[in-house]
Design a binder for this molecule. Sequence first.
Ligand code: 5AD
Ligand code: SF4
Length: 430
Amino acid sequence: MNEHDSEIMAGMLIEEGFQQVESRKEADIVIINTCSIRDNADKRFFGTLGQLKRRKKENPEFTVCVCGCMMQQQHVIDTIKAKYPWVDVIFGTHNIHRLPELLANIVAEKGKQLDVWPEGGEIVEGLPCERLHKSKALVNIMFGCNNFCTYCIVPYTRGRERSRRPDDILGEVKNLVADGVKEIMLLGQNVNSYKGIKTDSADEICDFADLIYMLNEVEGLERIRFMTSHPKDLSDKLIQAFVDCDKLCKNIHLPVQSGSSRILKAMNRRYDKEKYLELVKNLKAAVPGITMSTDIIVGFPGETEEDFEETLDLVRQVRYDSAFTFLYSIRKGTPAEKYENQVPEEIKHERFNRLVDLVNSISAEKNAAYAGRTEKVLVEGPSKTNSKTYSGRTDGFKLVNFPGNESMVGCMVDVRITEGKTFSLEGEVL
Ligand code: 5AD
Ligand code: SF4
């Protein structure tokens, strides 16, 4: 979501006549869009900000803007004011559309700009966007989160749930397709609780599955993905959409967080291990070959060795294609911050390593089974390390590397998989 916000900010500034530069060193204006999800994101922000102080000293016209989730927390604003008073513009997650105006105020020497809204107002439609990829686009469908998982800062930084109107989403997707987009990623903290009100009939609610069925009809669009879905709200209707909608990719990111029902309760996740495994069983039965990924937190307060073994057991049962694994990180203002039974760092790390080993060995086994198959791949571009190697994603979101050339970018190509590695597949274009 932050990445998409950055695309929108870039779009707005380009519309104002600004230019994007490759390196921070060349920039006259720097905007740091912050993340708050874990402590290391916070730390990296202050490190980066500190590095800019010298530039500001050398050139007072050099403008530093900071925004994003961290700015929605008063303690962060207090720290910036006290330790980094030379920052020019501070704004939050709810008012990125105000960036051009805030910058204009700086140019007009109206002084430092602090504009952070505690809650989101009306959803602002029609903002420009400078996409990272030509052929795939991020599309917000809802903002905010009402779930208040006890470890999570998001409900405090992104506010309450608000859904865009289905007509606005449809209009945006059609424009994207006209602009060359083949794949869209529908974004929301909890897309399963999307509730859109139709413009022409206020009492007709469009739920998330309805939205997928609607977008599946868009001519020229080839792939639909979404993230993130909360297991407690994953409906049978959505599972059916995987069966009925040919454009909906057979892949789901379904964060489990823990395999222990006791810990899930303490996390306020509102499902237990059995319910989650049942969902996985239903998904796999309805959508043969569906690929799955997840998020797992290790070392939530009170997690015992037995709880952790429940997580390992769940991972063995589900056999995820991949998983994002996180060390629990205390977030200021969340209920779990106050929990007294915090797990010692060395235990967290030891469990984390065991989990990563298991997850990776399953990923490697699953990827190895792709050797010899032919997969449709949407080509994204050259790899960072080798300009002759191109990469793209399969329908199941597997990253594939293959010898390629610039003419393939943005195209859907058939790739014969020659080898499956832990984090990617190798192949050759047919
Ligand atoms: N500590 C560690 N991981 C966290 N996540 C969210 N909050 C925390 C935290 N306090 C993880 C969850 C979520 C993902 C985006 O980040 O797994 O799904
Ligand atoms: Fe955070 Fe839970 Fe909301 Fe996800 S569902 S954003 S983990 S509070």
